[in-house]
Write a protein of this length. Sequence first.
Length: 113
Amino acid sequence: METMISCCGLDCSVCPAFIARRDDNDELRKKTAREWSGQFKIEISPENVDCSGCLSDGVHGPYCSACDIRACAVARGLENCAYCPDYGCEKLAKVHSMDEQCKQRLDEIRSKL
């Protein structure tokens, strides 16, 4: 399957919310809701584990629909933040400090531009 890199560099194609929607997998939604509820210390219902991918016009999970990075990239018409002239901004740096793989993905894309 082809990868789908989000604005911040996450790989949407391996995200459980994306996979659950793609495969219409209610068991994966339930499992992921339990895991994410524990991990993020908030109640996440299985119905909220549903996403079409960061840059799609479809459904987005509760975090992705409110993501400032996504909103910025969409407003600028960018495929993801690697294409941004302000690459490495404060918002993106915060995410990358928590997930080095996201930064590596975007750095790789940027190196090919």
